[in-house]
Design a protein around this ligand. Structure first.
Ligand SMILES: Cc1ncc(COP(=O)(O)O)c(C=O)c1O
Length: 275
């Protein structure tokens, strides 16, 4: 396996970075993550848009432009010879002598083997728990996942697969996924505030609007507990049905019809764009 570090492709085992980097010293950095299917990056333009937007908001100047970065990604995917994989593109604050000042950002590109949610999770649905927390920079894909990682034992203890954040009862998103509900009236709703604009969220909204009533709006904890269906979306997971939130069963306790319809629509859309 190979990775791109700073300015060149190196064997994965040699992919090291100096201790003075601001990512290590202060947790300062941004990234993006997308899937490669049959060696083709999926929705790459959307991910590059978000990557450069995150970098700009964090005052990080990428050492390579969009075309150069695309070439690096394609070369790395070829060299690693993985037809289905995840690609992480990360930009750090750079080497800072004082451990505080942004310098020349360091670029890291890693290609990783990758697993879809299990058949069992898709067929039976999953449980998530709610956590009261407000993210500092929700619209930027920063490398800070501290709260989520800290909550991992609590998620496991609750027999859940993940958590969804709310702030004083208003739902935002999961640590790595966007969240949706389907109301008893079959309206698809997803939060519009305090979230990262997921690429999968965007694709699902586009697909959903062709067939269903859709609202990007405020969603409360109560809305979630009383929903007919719930699911979360991300580049790695596509769409995962949620059948339990805290101790509340969602709908019939089985993956919902609209959720599964959107999942098959999304897979079909992926097939079309990769053809
Ligand atoms: C905070 C957060 N929200 C949502 C998502 C889902 O975004 P996407 O669909 O682009 O993978 C991610 C992805 O990692 C994320 O980190």
């Amino acid at each position: 396996m190979f990775a791109y570090i700073i300015d060149k492709i190196v064997p994965y085992t040699d992919s090291t970075i100096h201790i003075s980097d601001l990512a290590l010293q202060r947790g300062y950095g941004i990234f993006d993550f997308f899937r490669v299917r049959n060696k083709k990056p999926l929705f790459l333009e959307d991910h590059l848009d978000r990557f450069y937007a995150s970098a700009g908001k964090m005052l990080l100047q990428s050492p390579v432009d969009r075309n150069e970065l695309t070439d690096i990604i394609i070369t790395l995917v070829e060299k690693n010879n993985l037809s289905d994989a995840g690609v992480k593109v990360l930009l750090t604050g750079g080497y800072a002598e004082d451990g505080y000042t942004i310098t020349q950002p360091n670029l890291i590109v890693v290609v990783q083997p990758f697993k879809y949610p299990s058949e069992q999770q898709l067929q039976s649905g999953v449980k998530i728990i709610t956590v009261n927390f407000r993210k500092e920079l929700p619209d930027i894909k920063t490398i800070n996942y501290q709260k989520a990682i800290m909550m991992t034992p609590a998620v496991k203890a609750a027999n859940a697969v993940d958590l969804v954040y709310h702030h004083d009862g208003i739902i935002s998103e999961l640590p790595r996924c966007n969240f949706f509900i389907v109301t008893q009236e079959d309206v698809i709703k997803t939060p519009d505030q305090q979230i990262l604009l997921g690429v999968t969220r965007k694709k699902v909204l586009q697909l959903a609007r062709k067939k269903y009533k859709v609202e990007e709006c405020s969603i409360t904890l109560n809305d979630v507990y009383n929903a007919k269906e719930a699911f979360f979306t991300s580049s790695t997971k596509r769409i995962v049905p949620v059948v339990k939130v805290d101790d509340y069963m969602i709908g019939s306790g089985k993956p919902g019809k609209i959720t599964l319809d959107l999942l098959s629509g999304l897979i079909q859309h992926e097939d079309e764009v990769l053809r």
